[in-house]
Design a protein. Structure first.
Length: 238
């Protein structure tokens, strides 16, 4: 594992926020606006959009420069391949992954999220997720149980979510995302980090309001399944 503090040569590490999106017009503007209010002084935004047709791309163009906006083919979308491409393209010390529908709750979200990465023993961090108020009560309760204080998920074999997460680029280069799977690539990736001896740290003080599509039953059930994916040793990552 690395032993060098990434802030040793500069006051603050360079940070890039990687945002993936697909038809998120209902929420991406709010997420981008909260990013612009962050207190952390040194970061840049990179957008990876999968061919949105609902106005999402036009909103992105209002908030970012053309050179940091990329479009993927939605028909051949593979999360691991897109994430690996972002790691290869973006030059920063820390890469932060924030879904377009995961809106930070305050201006200190970014600073709080990346702080544990000053410890070289920490391979990845992930922040708290809060269900949107229009979610069904079942999903609000399940999201709070999975995240919340972190006490519940700490008893599980493994838990992680890339919707609101960060890692050092050199760790991401050493441990690329699996491209042979279409779902739960974040669970598989972070579990490999653990097996390699890295800590995967939960940061409850870096909260984002997520699950905006929770009114759609299939999408919500899929998200909840990922949350529970490694509760037992019979889970796919065990």
């Amino acid at each position: 594992m690395p032993t060098k503090d990434i802030t040793a040569d500069r006051g603050t590490p360079r940070v890039a926020v990687i945002m993936r999106s697909y038809n998120e017009v209902h929420v991406i503007g709010e997420t981008l606006s909260m990013l612009e209010q962050q207190s952390y002084p040194d970061f840049e935004l990179w957008n990876f959009d999968s061919g949105s047709t609902d106005g999402t791309f036009e909103i992105i163009q209002q908030h970012n420069v053309a050179g940091r906006i990329l479009q993927n083919d939605a028909k051949s979308y593979n999360p691991g391949r897109v994430l690996n491409g972002a790691v290869s393209r973006v030059n920063a010390d820390i890469l932060v992954f924030l879904n377009a529908d995961a809106t930070p709750t305050d201006r200190n979200w970014l600073a709080n999220l990346i702080r544990p990465l000053r410890d070289p023993r920490v391979g990845a961090v992930y922040g708290r997720q809060v269900a949107r108020p229009d979610c069904r009560s079942l999903f609000i309760k399940d999201t709070e149980r999975a995240f919340g204080t972190g006490e519940e998920s700490a008893r599980w074999v493994h838990f992680f979510s890339m919707a609101n997460a960060a890692a050092r680029r050199e760790v991401l280069q050493r441990f690329p995302f699996e491209t042979r799977i279409q779902y739960s690539e974040d669970i598989e990736w972070s579990y490999r980090l653990k097996k390699a001896g890295y800590a995967v740290t939960y940061v409850p003080g870096a909260a984002a309001i997520h699950l905006s599509a929770c009114a759609a039953e299939l999408d919500s059930l899929g998200s909840i399944w990922v949350m529970k994916a490694c509760r037992s040793r019979q889970a796919p990552c065990a």
